[in-house]
Design a protein around this ligand. Structure first.
Ligand code: AP5
Length: 210
């Protein structure tokens, strides 16, 4: 299975990608997690990406395309993968096509801006392994501590309300047109957000027919 997950910031892409990746036994490639790791390690990519991420803007296409192509070339991707957060612009989608990357499905999680604004304030993330929680809807077993690796959870810098507002505007302008791009290619499927993480997983599995 080669899948793209589409959807606005906070739609639950990362949460569902982890669940689906475990279930299907394929790696999750999250450009957001890769970029946050690069920022933390002060790599050249991280140094370039930081100001864009802090402002809720997209990192330049050429940085993302090179980083993703490198990752897709690694051996664990041979049997399939879930791309979370890429492509995010038509240029990125076309670049994937030009390098011969084909997908079985582009799955878009459908959720309103109002639901997202309410959800983002409660998100907590693990700075080390990238696991994602919510203080109410998806809490860790022990408050403030990652279930996966035991690290202290943090609130992402780009989850401030004004930055979330800009990320949503960028999504509608740059990324939402990708739904039409994949619809034209017969690859688009949509899954409506419903209350609860497990319920959304069930909707996605039904949509995918698995
Ligand atoms: P990225 O990390 O990809 O951020 P995003 O797309 O904005 O998505 P999020 O990670 O914010 O949300 P999500 O949809 O994964 O939701 P989550 O599962 O966490 O990118 C960050 C930045 O990196 C970008 O702004 C950009 O600068 C840069 N970047 C990355 N990729 C790029 C690209 N291709 N091109 C250019 N720049 C790029 O869930 C959100 C919260 O809701 C959590 O707390 C979760 O626990 C909770 N939750 C999830 N599902 C449910 C549910 N069903 N019910 C209730 N709560 C739920």
């Amino acid at each position: 299975m080669k899948m793209i997950l589409l959807g606005p910031p906070g739609a639950g892409k990362g949460t569902q990608a982890e669940i689906l990746g475990r279930r299907l036994g394929i790696p999750v490639i999250s450009t957001g997690n890769m970029l946050r790791a690069a920022v933390k390690s002060l790599t050249p990519v991280g140094l370039k990406a930081k100001s864009y991420m802090d402002a809720g803007e997209l990192v330049p296409d050429e940085v993302i395309i090179e980083m993703t192509n490198e990752r897709l070339g690694e051996p664990d991707c041979a049997g399939g993968y879930i791309l979370d957060g890429m492509p995010r612009t038509l240029a990125q989608a076309r670049a994937l096509e030009e390098t011969g990357v084909e997908f079985d499905v582009a799955l878009s999680i459908e959720i309103t801006d109002a639901e997202i604004a309410a959800r983002m304030t409660g998100r907590r993330s693990c700075p080390d392994c990238g696991a994602v929680y919510h203080v109410e809807s998806n809490p860790p077993k022990s408050a403030g501590v990652c279930d996966e690796c035991g690290s202290e959870l943090v609130t992402r810098g780009d989850d401030k309300p004004e930055t979330v507002k800009n990320r949503l505007a960028v999504y509608h302008r740059e990324t939402e047109p990708l739904k039409e791009f994949y619809r034209e290619r017969g690859k688009l499927k949509t899954a409506d957000n419903v209350p609860g993480v497990e319920a959304v997983t069930a909707v996605i599995l039904r949509t995918l027919g698995i």
